[in-house]
Design a protein around this ligand. Structure first.
Ligand SMILES: NC(=O)c1ccc[n+]([C@@H]2O[C@H](COP(=O)([O-])OP(=O)(O)OC[C@H]3O[C@@H](n4cnc5c(N)ncnc54)[C@H](O)[C@@H]3O)[C@@H](O)[C@H]2O)c1
Length: 359
């Protein structure tokens, strides 16, 4: 068990092979009672919805489920409205609990509904994708996309509890599973260099979802993210290091329309750009970028995405909401496990992007 010790809203993360069957009991132990409303997508719901509902009912919850079409396109205010309609029909109350069962889309959407329905009801995260377990379900950021950009509407709304059943990763589509390793490798690069040895040595076992090791690595990553967000609940300082690779990564996602390149793939390319920029400005040793590249390759993650319009990528970076006072700030590696935040001359950025994503 991992505890997020954020000042106002501490919560526990339970990471275990088979934890879904204890969802109801864990919620009861966390002090939750009454009605539980599961929000899932139409890929995960049919696979695991009944197990979640059975566990909730066995623990005394009055439980039901709402499903939406799987995919990022559903992370919208339209789906939020459909979920509100369903909750109103079901007469959900302030004391009710919304359980997000699914990947990052279900978590972000379910969390946003929980934050806003009746000005906020209890919220539980039951992440089912690797990306959601090691990243999206921890830290309390919830929200939906706007036609003009991703994650533009949202809130900080920490869950009361996070229940991660690592056995569910076995049914995750291969590309989504590999994508999650983008964030895992990032965590190693920015704050847990010894984990990189494990990721190198045991890649075959991890890619085969071996129960014990998979659970150990997921829990280790959940603890890493929990540590950072515990220190910096609202993204004012230390949490910024989590954006390593995201400066170019977000821009690549935007320019490719959020569909062709998955988030974990985009940030891998973004980390390659950051490492090369860091090398050129004398911050990042060449060996760091080389080892990082070998790791991405080992997990089937891309190093480049040629064919993009570099000006469009730079424009997208300037638009990104994480730009502080109109300057693009780069998170760079000084070494494994050591980051710095730097302004970088635009010609260096442009040259590197030409190599990594240019035509
Ligand atoms: N809130 C945050 O801090 C945060 C952080 C990172 C990413 N995100 C968000 O997370 C989203 C991406 O998350 P994602 O990659 O999990 O996407 P996703 O929720 O769309 O899941 C990917 C696909 O895998 C399927 N799936 C998930 N778990 C499965 C399982 N166990 N078995 C079979 N199929 C399964 C889903 O149905 C979906 O088709 C993005 O919207 C991103 O913005 C949020």
């Amino acid at each position: 068990m991992i505890r997020v010790t954020a000042e106002h809203h501490p919560y526990d993360i339970h990471c275990r092979w088979g934890a879904l069957d204890d969802l109801g009991a864990l919620m009861r132990d966390a002090g939750l009672r009454g009605a539980a409303f599961v929000i899932s997508d139409d890929a995960v719901g049919p696979l695991y919805g009944e197990r979640a509902l059975a566990s909730l009912r066995a623990a005394g919850f009055d439980a039901s489920m709402f499903t939406f079409s799987a995919g990022e396109a559903s992370k919208s205010l339209e789906t939020v409205r459909d979920a509100y309609d369903w909750l109103l029909e079901q007469r959900a109350e302030r004391s009710s609990t919304i359980v997000a069962l699914g990947g990052g889309v279900a978590g972000d959407l379910g969390g946003f509904v929980a934050a806003t329905y009746l000005r906020g009801v209890n919220f539980v995260q039951a992440p089912t994708s690797l990306l959601a377990m090691v990243d999206a379900s921890i830290g309390g950021k919830v929200g939906v996309d706007h036609p003009r950009g991703k994650n533009l509407i949202g809130a900080f709304y920490p869950p009361r509890l996070v229940v991660q059943d690592t056995s569910l990763l076995a049914s995750l589509p291969e590309r989504s599973f590999r994508e999650g390793f983008g964030e895992v490798i990032k965590h190693g690069l920015i704050m847990d260099a010894p984990m990189l040895d494990v990721l190198e040595r045991d890649a075959d076992r991890l890619l085969a979802v071996e129960p014990e090791l998979t659970t150990e690595i997921v829990a280790r990553n959940a603890a890493l993210k929990a540590g950072v967000v515990s220190e910096d609940e609202r993204e004012g300082g230390r949490r910024m290091i989590l954006n390593y690779g995201h400066t170019a990564g977000h821009a690549i996602e935007a320019v490719t329309g959020y569909t062709r390149v998955l988030h974990g793939e985009a940030i891998s390319i973004g980390m390659m750009a950051a490492a090369e920029i860091g090398r050129r400005v004398g911050v990042t040793p060449a060996a760091v970028g080389e080892r990082q590249a070998r790791l991405f390759e080992r997990y089937g993650l891309p190093l480049r995405h040629p064919g993009l319009d570099v000006d469009a990528v730079i424009a997208a970076m300037a638009l990104d909401k994480k730009v502080a006072s109109k300057k693009v700030r780069w998170i760079l590696l000084e070494d494994f496990g050591r980051t710095v935040v730097r302004d970088v001359p635009e010609d260096v950025v442009r040259d590197v992007l030409r190599e990594v994503v240019g035509q």
